[in-house]
Design a binder for this molecule. Structure first.
Ligand SMILES: Cc1ncc(COP(=O)(O)O)c(C=O)c1O
Length: 387
């Protein structure tokens, strides 16, 4: 062969002497077939080969298997972001005229997708309050195809009875989908409680290092097959480089989350005794309105704590600006502790009435507890409260 050909093909392909411990990054858009028969076998579903990385990629599949195992699901799929997971799931399941019942206490991106974009395609959302979700059969109608909710919710960490919602959906043939991002699969296993599909913003705890944007869906083989078709058509799969990073993050998920659970509890207990704050919201505290439910359906209470420093937005902003160890940033679930003010992020632009409906005040701060020494976190909060 000539040099221009050799430079392209020499050294490429598998080296059978190198048997990697971890799944390498298959940084390839396409996969080679030996002959036409192999292509036919792939097309007819008789082959384990890969065809094209937008359809599937070995690095991505290895991480999907780990997520399925964590959730106790038949299968899982990785997507380019949490919102890619949400849009792919809903577009893959719904047709014009269908209705989604969605918790009103939901991530803002999900809310806007359902309220602003979906009506353009004849898809309708009905928003249900937490009170209504206590009797989920009452919010399901004949047109409902999907019920979408979160637990625990942002920022008050109120919880929804997951098994109760799952049961009501099953009885009416409605697909239940839980955004379990705040809990992570270490603290909450929704499939075991009867939920059909679990969704995660992998950007948060699953990746855990605040350096990758990704999403995941997990559920039965039949549902994942259907959504895999939608993902192919929508082109919403995760890139192999990013999938590799997620796979690496996942290996420490259990130890990270266990430590975050413990540190968040320590921080919440300290705040609870603190006279310079007016309220602390953490599902692990006996004072939390959903403590009993959280105890029943969660294995750990998570790394998110919400504190009301009182004194209105000015005092919350003063506290926020004084933090040194906690970084002022949106997002959550990483190794670095973060703080955000709901009134400037998730509840930005909300009226007093909307804030009251969400149980949010202007003096609340949301803490994502990371992996620092909890004593340093407490000392940081202590100095920031000296307003
Ligand atoms: C609960 C929840 N769901 C979904 C999302 C969206 O995920 P992503 O930003 O990865 O698209 C977020 C992001 O903040 C979230 O907090």
């Amino acid at each position: 062969m000539r040099a221009a050909t050799e430079v392209i093909h020499t050294g490429e392909g598998r080296d059978d002497a190198a048997n990697p411990l971890t799944t390498p990054i298959y940084e390839t858009t396409t996969f080679i077939f030996e002959n036409a028969e192999e292509v036919k076998a792939y097309n007819e579903g008789r082959s384990k080969k890969f065809l094209y990385s937008r359809y599937g990629n070995p690095t991505v599949v290895a991480v999907e298997k780990a997520i399925a195992a964590l959730e106790g699901a038949d299968a899982a799929m990785l997507l380019a972001s949490g919102m890619a997971a949400t849009s792919t799931a809903l577009l893959g399941l719904l047709k014009a005229g269908d209705e989604v019942v969605c918790s009103a206490a939901i991530y803002g991106g999900t809310l806007h997708l359902l309220a602003d974009l979906f009506p353009q395609w004849g898809l309708f959302a009905r928003f249900a309050t937490l009170d209504e979700l206590r009797e989920p059969e009452r919010v399901i109608t004949d047109r409902t195809r999907v019920l979408w909710f979160e637990s625990p919710i942002n920022p008050t960490l109120r919880c929804v009875d997951i098994a109760r919602v799952a049961q009501a959906c099953k009885a009416r043939g409605v697909i239940s989908i839980l955004d379990s991002t705040f809990a992570s699969p270490v603290n909450q296993r929704p499939i075991e409680m009867g939920i059909d599909i679990v969704m995660h913003s992998v950007t948060k705890y699953l990746n855990g290092h605040s350096d990758v944007t990704a999403g995941a869906l997990a559920g039965s083989a039949a549902l994942m097959k259907k959504l895999d078709r939608a993902r192919k058509m929508l082109g919403s799969i995760l890139d192999p480089q990013a999938a590799y990073a997620v796979g690496r993050g996942l290996k420490t998920l259990t130890v990270r989350v266990e430590r975050q659970n413990a540190s968040a509890m320590t921080v919440a207990r300290w705040l609870e005794k603190e006279s310079r704050v007016t309220a602390v919201y953490y599902p692990g505290l006996e004072s939390h309105p959903d403590h009993a439910l959280a105890k029943r359906q969660m294995r750990g209470f998570g790394g998110m704590v919400c504190v009301d420093v009182g004194g209105g937005q000015a005092r919350a902003e003063g506290f926020f600006d004084r933090l040194k160890v906690f970084k002022r940033a949106a997002s959550l679930g990483g190794v670095e502790s973060l703080c955000s003010l709901p009134v400037l992020t998730s509840q930005w632009g909300h009226t007093d009435e909307q804030l009251a409906q969400a149980g949010v005040t202007r003096s609340m701060a949301r803490l994502s507890v990371g992996l620092e020494d909890p004593q340093d976190l407490i000392e940081d909060l202590d100095q920031a409260l000296n307003l």
